[in-house]
Design a protein. Structure first.
Length: 157
C-alpha cells in the first residue's frame, strides 16, 4: 500500500481534494518529498534492510498530515476589511515536510550508537554560529541541512 492524497484526507478528517486540483498535486508532492527524505536517510545510515510497509506508510502519512496542518512558519495571519478582521493562528511549522526523530526510530533509521559512530568534526561545526539550530531551534536557518554547507545568512560568501 502506498500513501495517497485520499488517505491524507481521511487522516485529517476532511473531504479528499478534487482530482487534478492544486491541493491534490501539492499533497502528492509532499508525499513524494517524505518518501525521498526516507530514502535519503536510509542511504546515509547505510541500511539495506527493507522497511516495513505499514510503518513506512504511517510515517509518510503523518508527515504529510503535519505539513498540511502547519504549512509554513507563520504564527498568526490577520485579514482586515474596514472595521472587521479575522485572525488565524498557526503553530509554528518548518515550512517543509519533516520526519520527526521518533518516526526515524520507528523506521529503524536512527544514527548508530557506540564508539565507532563518533563524528570527530561534530555536526555543529558546519552550522554558522548564528544559525537558529545553534540557538536551540529545531530547524536550521543557515542552509546546512539543505546543501551540506551554509548557503544562507552570508554563509555563501
Amino acid at each position: 500500500m502506498t500513501v495517497t492524497p485520499d488517505m491524507v484526507a481521511v487522516a485529517l478528517g476532511v473531504a479528499a481534494p478534487e482530482p487534478d486540483s492544486i491541493t491534490e498535486k501539492q499533497w502528492q508532492l509532499w508525499i513524494s518529498d517524505a518518501g525521498m527524505l526516507i530514502e535519503n536517510r536510509k542511504a546515509l545510515v547505510g541500511s539495506s534492510d527493507p522497511i516495513d510497509e505499514a510503518k513506512l506508510d504511517y510515517v509518510i502519512r503523518e508527515a504529510v498530515v503535519a505539513q498540511v496542518k502547519r504549512p509554513d512558519d507563520a504564527t498568526q495571519v490577520t485579514i482586515s476589511v474596514d472595521d472587521a478582521s479575522s485572525s488565524k493562528t498557526f503553530r509554528s511549522g518548518t515550512g517543509r515536510v519533516t520526519i520527526r526523530d521518533d518516526w526515524w526510530t520507528l523506521l529503524g533509521l536512527t544514527e548508530p550508537d557506540g564508539a565507532y559512530s563518533i563524528d570527530l568534526l561534530g555536526s555543529s561545526s558546519y552550522h554558522l554560529p548564528w544559525c537558529s539550530l545553534m540557538m536551540g531551534a529545531q530547524f536550521c536557518s543557515c542552509g546546512v541541512d539543505i546543501a551540506g554547507r551554509p548557503i544562507y545568512e552570508n554563509g555563501g560568501l
